[in-house]
Ligand binder design. Structure first.
Ligand SMILES: [Zn+2]
Length: 108
């Protein structure tokens, strides 16, 4: 039987990705399903209304993270991003600490 190499790669990627433990489903700091829906429609609006822009790319990336269940976690360190930060900037991909580091790098 021939194994599709792409499928194989995808499977290994999703396995190696660190899974967040789901013990605290009701974390008070977490976004509610309702907030998440609101954020998602905001992101979709940006993608639809400003196609090709940086904002749209960033919003699209956030939507993809939502689909893969990674939304709300820093893409650098995996820390949870606060609900307030996400509400203010729905396409944010970095926690406050990583964002500060990145800003320093960009200034340098
Ligand atoms: Zn971080």
């Amino acid at each position: 039987m021939v194994i599709n190499p792409l499928l194989n790669l995808l499977a290994s990627l999703s396995c190696s990705r660190k899974k967040k433990n789901k013990k605290d489903v009701n974390m008070s700091d977490n976004l509610s399903a309702q907030q998440l829906l609101r954020i998602r429609s905001k992101l979709e609006a940006v993608v639809n209304e400003q196609p090709g822009t940086r904002q749209a790319q960033s919003a699209d990336a956030a939507l993809q993270r939502m689909r893969s269940g990674e939304y709300g976690y820093c893409i650098e360190c995996g820390e949870e991003i606060s609900a307030a930060r996400l509400a203010a900037k729905p396409d944010v991909a970095l926690c406050v600490d990583c964002q500060a580091l990145k800003d320093e790098e960009e200034d340098a």
